[in-house]
Ligand binder design. Structure first.
Ligand SMILES: [Zn+2]
Length: 169
């Protein structure tokens, strides 16, 4: 069955042929964050897709991850292209590096996800609270009946590296 749901007034369709993304959301519905693990080279990857970016193998399996990570980079959106996010501006979008597989397959790589950074009420986190190096953890935003979107919120863990922000506020 194709998945179809509305998110912030936008219609999201996940057709049957997008098996990887559908299964990703099926795991999210059980409050599990999963990434693909290649059966060829054993590396983890995100975003969901058919082939391994490292070795091109089409063989893979799902692996649940801790949902803990660090903000690797971020931006503040001040002009929302999608109408559904206009009332959110300014809001942060982050590239989160998961704790799993940091520094592999090379010292500059890891498993990184694009995500909104939200507070405990699933509203956008304030700009002054977001910074590179801050610790985050996954939360599952209820979007529609049986549909949860993995998002990240700031964790209570202290950063293990120097925090960098766009501006000192
Ligand atoms: Zn591979």
């Amino acid at each position: 069955m194709p998945m179809s749901f509305e998110y912030r007034g936008m219609l999201i369709n996940l057709p049957d042929f997008d098996r990887e993304r559908k299964e990703y959301f099926e795991h999210a519905a059980q409050k599990k964050l999963v990434v693909q693990k290649c059966k060829g080279c054993a590396l983890l990857r995100w975003d969901p897709g058919p082939a391994c970016p490292w070795c091109q193998s089409l063989e893979w399996t799902w692996q649940q991850v801790s949902g803990k990570g660090t903000i690797y980079s971020y931006e503040i959106v001040t002009h929302a292209i999608q109408p559904g996010f206009r009332d959110w501006v300014p809001y942060p979008v982050a590239l989160v590096e998961l704790d799993e597989q940091r520094g592999k397959p090379s010292p500059d790589e890891g498993v990184r996800l694009i995500t909104n950074v939200v507070d405990e009420n699933f509203n956008p986190e304030k700009e002054e609270n977001v910074g590179i190096g801050k610790r985050v953890e996954v939360v599952f935003l209820p979007v529609a009946e049986g549909v949860f979107l993995p998002q990240f919120k700031l964790s209570k863990e202290q950063p293990t590296e120097r925090v960098w922000q766009f501006q000192n506020v």
